[in-house]
Design a protein around this ligand. Structure first.
Ligand code: ATP
Ligand code: MG
Length: 554
């Protein structure tokens, strides 16, 4: 699998623009950034933003920064900072220089707030949140000036120092820009620059009790870092005039520009950290990295590979509209990757014992089997013995045309990579379930058809009873049973599928799988792709998570 981000130039409106700027010489070097707020784990929507930002920088020989947008300490945690760094690295991207934090610039931002106050462009406002929203008006009705709008520079300077010193309670006042209360763009109606928050910050501790707003911080951070193209999602388009306003008013050295593209949404899932956090907090899932989650760490634990996620992101348009992508498109890319990278192995998920009565009782035959039918992924030893397991679904009590490829009394079947056997009869338990099939091995059929010309119609996978290893296999369905769980009026939690995780304890896997490393992927023949669980898998007790079935049969 090649890394297309590093070789091909992306084909989208931002890339076209950058290309022409570089050609014309108005731009020397492109600098982008990925700016997550550390208030949750990254999801696949973020993977798209990561691939756009890191991809553009890589294609045009520039830099991409990783900057934590940590202006809201109430919702942020070090755990999220660590998880985000791990996810970005795991995806295969390397940020330029050290990890950066919006909080690295709090001193500078505060100086710029003073600059605006001194220029008569910012004031401390004592309106309560409720009053302020009333004064703000609404989209079609202009707002009203705050009664505190015309405070003197001296008064504002004194008040901001008191705010900073912790003399006021949370919510008592805010610092606002003085722009235009009748602007048709609500973002320009004297937006908030600083709020009082008496909370410790994961990076700055108790140094600050006032924190800048996203709007006051973001463009200035870009300017400080020399970001040239500040790429974000469409909901920020209405903030762009404000982004530009701050850069015009302040003595910044660089003037980054903001560009917006459509958010990635995928059907059958939700894509917002707030909702994903709710799933975690309410214990609907087992954690942020639950393999049913659309988080990067969840997809990783599910067995998705960095290459599959990057290829998926690269396949998406960078457009000016939000879109919903079919989950099948994501699934296509993981199958595509694993088809050529995952070794084959045999695992029986619903074991049915077959006793081959003409095979010596204590004989074990080690068969050497290639790990991939077409590619050189090595070989493994698979032991064959008198008693084997096959899948319950591969056996029928009676022959029928509909199931002509199945194993049934009087009929033959090819054991994958091994012999042809013929069923004689079967045994049932008291509840009427078939619990054992008695069979005969057809001599000289290892890799060749029977000499009598009676060829088996089907091929089944199998595992030796005495040599196989018991494993736990987790089968995942979609977490939501509805295509758009968060689009209607109903609570998205009502659409959670309570049966989306099925843990099967007594599966039997071929012994080579015991030495599988954590996070190694395999194709279990005729079943699908499975990954050795990152945390729970061990050679004494193998645990595999189902990544995806072999075919899209939804
Ligand atoms: P969420 O609503 O899920 O919390 P967010 O936009 O608040 O997402 P941030 O941490 O602020 O999350 O996002 C970091 C970057 O990722 C931003 O530039 C944001 O625009 C981008 N991003 C977030 N979600 C998506 C998405 N679904 N598709 C594309 N880009 C996204
Ligand atoms: Mg956000």
């Amino acid at each position: 699998m090649t890394d297309s981000t590093a070789t091909d130039k992306p084909n989208n409106f931002i890339a076209t623009l950058i290309e022409s700027e570089l050609t014309q010489g108005s731009l020397n070097k492109i600098v982008t950034r990925f700016p997550p707020e550390p208030n949750g784990y990254l999801h696949i929507g973020h993977a798209k933003a990561i691939s756009v930002n890191f991809g553009l920088a890589a294609s045009f020989g520039g830099d991409c920064h990783l900057r934590f947008d940590d202006t809201n300490p109430g919702k942020e945690e070090q755990e999220y900072v660590d998880a985000i760094k791990e996810d970005v690295s795991w995806l295969g991207y390397q940020w330029a220089g050290e990890v950066r934090y919006a909080s690295d610039y709090f001193d500078q931002l505060f100086q710029w707030a003073l600059h605006l106050i001194n220029a008569g462009q910012a004031y401390v406002c004592d309106l309560s949140a409720e009053q302020a929203s009333e004064y703000r008006g609404w989209a079609t009705a202009p707002g009203k000036d705050s009664p505190f709008r015309n405070r003197s520079v001296e008064e504002n300077l004194a008040l901001i120092e008191k705010m900073r010193a912790g003399d006021f309670d949370e919510g008592a006042c805010v610092l606002r820009a003085k722009i235009d209360m009748s602007s048709p763009n609500m973002n320009l109606r004297d937006p908030i620059l600083y709020r009082i928050r008496k909370i410790s910050h994961h990076q700055t501790g108790d140094k600050w009790c006032i924190y800048p707003s996203y709007d006051f911080a973001h463009g200035q951070e870009d300017a400080i870092e020399g970001v040239t193209h500040s790429i974000c999602t469409l909901e920020f388009a209405d903030h762009r005039p404000l982004y530009d306003w701050f850069l015009e008013q302040l003595p910044v050295k660089n003037t980054p520009r903001q560009f917006e593209f459509g958010r990635l949404n995928i059907n059958y899932t939700v894509m917002s950290k707030r909702k994903l956090k709710q799933l975690v907090d309410d214990r609907v899932v087992q954690g942020w990295d639950d393999p049913r989650m659309p988080t990067i760490s969840g997809l990783r634990r599910r067995g998705y590979t960095p290459a599959a996620l990057r290829n998926f992101c690269d396949s998406l348009a960078v457009a000016k509209t939000d879109g919903v992508v079919d989950i099948a498109q994501l699934e296509y890319f993981i199958r595509d990757d694993l088809n050529t990278s995952a070794p084959r192995a045999m695992a029986v998920l619903r074991p049915l014992k077959v006793v081959i009565s003409n095979y010596p009782e204590d004989q074990i035959e080690q068969l050497t089997i290639p790990s991939h039918p077409d590619l050189d992924l090595g070989e493994r030893q698979v032991p064959f013995s008198r008693e084997i397991y096959i899948d319950q679904e591969d056996f029928k009590e009676e022959y029928s045309k509909k199931f002509k490829k199945k194993f049934c009394p009087g009929k033959r079947i090819r054991l994958r990579n091994a012999y042809v056997i013929e069923a004689v009869d079967f045994e049932k338990d008291t509840e009427g379930n078939v619990v054992q099939v008695n069979a005969l091995l057809i001599e000289n059929t290892l890799g060749v058809n029977p000499e009598d010309g009676i060829n088996p119609k089907g091929v089944v996978h199998w595992v030796s009873v005495s040599e196989g290893i018991a494993a736990t296999v987790r089968i995942y369905g979609r977490l939501f049973n509805c295509e758009a769980p968060d689009r209607g009026d109903e609570n998205f939690l009502n659409f959670v599928d309570g049966e989306s995780l099925r843990e099967v304890q007594n599966c039997w896997v071929e012994p080579s799988l015991a030495s599988a490393k954590a996070e190694a992927s395999f194709q279990f023949e005729r079943e699908g792709y499975f990954v050795a669980d990152r945390y729970d898998h061990g050679s004494d007790k193998p645990v595999f998570n189902m990544t995806i079935g072999l075919r899209d049969n939804k």
